[in-house]
Write a new protein. Structure first.
Length: 667
């Protein structure tokens, strides 16, 4: 009987077959397929569900006996060159497979309620299945080249889903922005992959790390070239996992439907970059400078995301910048040489961030009943408030997510984020200080979101505020399209059930990574887990943990007094006193404006100049050639008289000319 690992290739194929079936149905029988919402949903849910069952079987097999199972076949060969493809299953891959299929399945169940009345329901489910399949294929890829194939498929699916409502200008622009920014990182990744193949002759992960080390030792590859290649490869994760300065696409991706925001932020696209860095840890560990750069970029991203989240009034964008910040923590761990800590935070973050995004979708779905479908109104926290009594399940699960991400024990975020801060304290104390400050900022802005959304009085029926918000966004209220007709109420079971399910690991899964006896570390690397346990010291752990909890509690307290009890007026205390700093954060560090000026306008200017060169130089040369041909033809036609005597005269004249020429040259 085949073991689960030996049939792991079915995990990405099952959702792919479902997506292909429904996709081909949409192409061939569009109207008929769009009427088959429930059958299509059941088929695709079954495919993803089967992949989830198989993924957990693989995970259980790895827990009982951690080992790598690899199956390869020769995809292409030429002479001595062979290109193997196939799949590999190891503890790291097994964890990711279980995580992605779980989140994908819950998001699809949630989407049944959230997208129930959308005319693109079947298309959305098809895209979700294809997105899940692409990420699962990336996870089991045994080499860099195969990863790159699925890497691009993940990017394509994100483009389709972010721009799902393509008739909205915001969604279309966000999809284009995500596509262009990720092309920058992907181009660097491709150059790095090809360069590493040139240096080592292989795409295999272990082969690359060993081969590059040997090439440097033998002098075949200079160290500076190896550093450049490693950094080029890191450009891919920098874009996919939204690291500064290639993070700008992720907040705008909130223009897509909320379920896809949860999937992107929790378990697919942004997780792909962190996963690839973890896969390449044997390579990066050879170069302390690259690890330092990764840690620096992660720390900048960590602080940047948190600082911008402080000023956001859009609920989804506040959560988006929170994701940017948490991804920075994960990269900080990778740079500190602690991939297990980074991956553990990826896992814990996936559960509570998926829950937070799905909770925000539940809120937005309810707000649309009152203010209409215009995102400017339905997602603005200034129109919310008082939703806890009307949406108890959503509010309670959202609160759990806020406590978890704030790093309050014993919830999951405490164990994973504190492990990263501990590694940073030992490796780069200066970066630890920034990460420590960011922990307090995280607690503040998350409870700011909670208090503005769920506590106080409901502000959604304030027509004057609605008008002002639309005016500030330069939009006009279309009464036919955006009128509200209902009241705030709790979401349907298909939307609340995933929230309840996700709340359980958000509370409990952190105990798998306790630093004195980490089951998570034992699964990924038994030797490192033993070393962690032997080096663990309560005298080192408790002061850092206490300081982290203390600063998080300070952030929560500040949010409480500012947005719940209203005993502190932050507008007077901070905004008016430091207007330039507030504007800097509110305008997202002006990075969008800088990109607009340098790259968008710069590329347009360059395009216009190239067009001028094309019109005046290239077209001029072509036109001149045509004119010369036409002119010479017009002149030569007079020599075609049809008289033999005239032709003989021309030949005679030519001969005389040649004789004279040779005579001159001879003298």
């Amino acid at each position: 009987m085949l073991s689960p690992a030996e049939i792991a290739w079915l995990i990405p194929l099952l959702p792919l077959f479902g997506a292909l079936a429904s996709g081909l149905g949409l192409i061939g029988f569009n109207q008929g397929m769009n009427r088959l919402k429930k059958p299509v949903a059941i088929i695709l849910l079954t495919c993803v569900g089967a992949s989830a069952v198989l993924s957990f079987a693989v995970l259980l097999e790895q827990i009982s006996n951690p080992h790598a199972v690899e199956h390869l076949f020769v995809w292409a060969s030429a002479g001595d060159f062979t290109l193997p493809m196939g799949y590999v299953v190891d503890p790291l891959g097994a964890v990711m497979l279980a995580l992605v299929t779980t989140i994908a399945l819950l998001v699809m169940i949630y989407s049944h309620g959230y997208m129930a009345h959308d005319k693109g329901y079947v298309r959305f489910f098809t895209y979700l299945a294809l997105f899940s399949s692409s990420m699962l294929g990336l996870i089991i890829s045994p080499n860099l080249l195969e990863i790159y194939v699925f890497w691009e498929l993940v990017g394509m699916c994100s483009y389709l889903l972010v721009g799902f409502w393509y008739d909205r200008d915001g969604a279309a622009h966000a999809a284009q922005k995500a596509f262009v920014v990720n092309r920058v990182g992907d181009f660097g990744l491709l150059l790095g992959i090809l360069g590493l193949f040139w240096a080592t002759g292989t795409f295999d992960f272990s082969g690359i790390s060993i081969g590059l080390s040997d090439a440097i030792s033998s002098g075949n590859v200079p160290e500076w070239a190896a550093l450049v290649l490693c950094f080029l490869v890191f450009l891919g994760p920098m874009a996919k996992s939204a690291q500064f300065p290639l993070h700008v696409w992720l907040p705008d991706a909130m223009e897509g439907p909320t379920p896809i925001s949860a999937l992107i932020h929790a378990a697919t696209m942004v997780a792909a970059g962190v996963f690839l860095v973890a896969r390449l840890e044997p390579l990066y560990s050879q170069f302390p400078l690259i690890n330092l750069l990764i840690a620096i970029f992660g720390t900048i991203t960590c602080f940047l995301g948190a600082s911008i989240a402080l000023t956001q009034m859009d609920l989804k964008k506040g959560l988006a910048y929170s994701t940017v910040s948490q991804l920075g923590y994960m990269m900080l761990a990778m740079g500190c040489g602690a991939p297990i800590a980074g991956m553990f935070h990826l896992v814990t973050h996936a559960f509570f961030k998926a829950m937070l995004f799905l909770g925000s979708g539940s809120v937005i779905h309810a707000m649309e009943e009152v203010v209409g479908h215009e995102p400017v109104l339905a997602q603005d926290m200034r129109l919310m408030g008082g939703l806890r009594k009307k949406m108890p399940v959503t509010s309670f699960t959202f609160l759990i997510g806020c406590v978890a991400i704030s790093g309050i024990p014993p919830l999951a975020g405490f164990w994973s984020k504190d492990e990263i801060l501990g590694e940073a304290f030992n490796a780069f104390p200066l970066l630890w200080i920034i990460g420590f400050m960011t922990a307090g900022m995280t607690a503040f802005y998350m409870f700011r979101l909670y208090f503005l959304t769920f506590e106080g009085e409901f502000r959604g029926e304030n027509k004057e505020l609605q008008t002002n918000l639309l005016a500030s966004a330069e939009k006009e209220k279309d009464e036919e399209e955006f009128h509200g007709s209902g009241a705030i109420h709790e979401s349907s079971w298909s939307m609340t059930t995933p929230l309840i399910v996700l709340a359980v690991p958000s509370v409990l899964i952190g105990f798998l990574g306790t630093p004195w006896n980490s089951s998570f570390a034992k699964l990924l690397n038994l030797e490192e887990a033993s070393e962690m346990a032997s080096n663990f010291s309560w005298t080192s752990f408790l002061p850092l943990a206490f300081a982290s909890v203390l600063i998080s509690c300070a952030g929560i307290s500040l949010a409480y007094f500012a947005y719940y009890s209203k005993k502190i007026d932050l507008t007077s205390a901070v905004v008016k006193r430091f207007p330039s700093i507030n504007a800097f954060f509110a305008n997202k560090w002006y990075l969008d404006e800088i990109n607009e000026k340098l790259f968008v306008r710069g590329s347009r200017k360059l395009a216009r100049e190239v067009l001028e060169v094309d019109a005046k130089v290239v077209d001029g040369v072509v036109n001149l050639t045509g004119l010369l041909t036409l002119g010479s033809g017009e002149g030569l036609k007079y020599f075609e008289t049809g008289r033999a005597q005239f032709y003989a005269l021309i030949i005679f004249g030519g001969v005389i000319g040649l004789v004279a020429l040779f005579g001159v040259l001879g003298t």
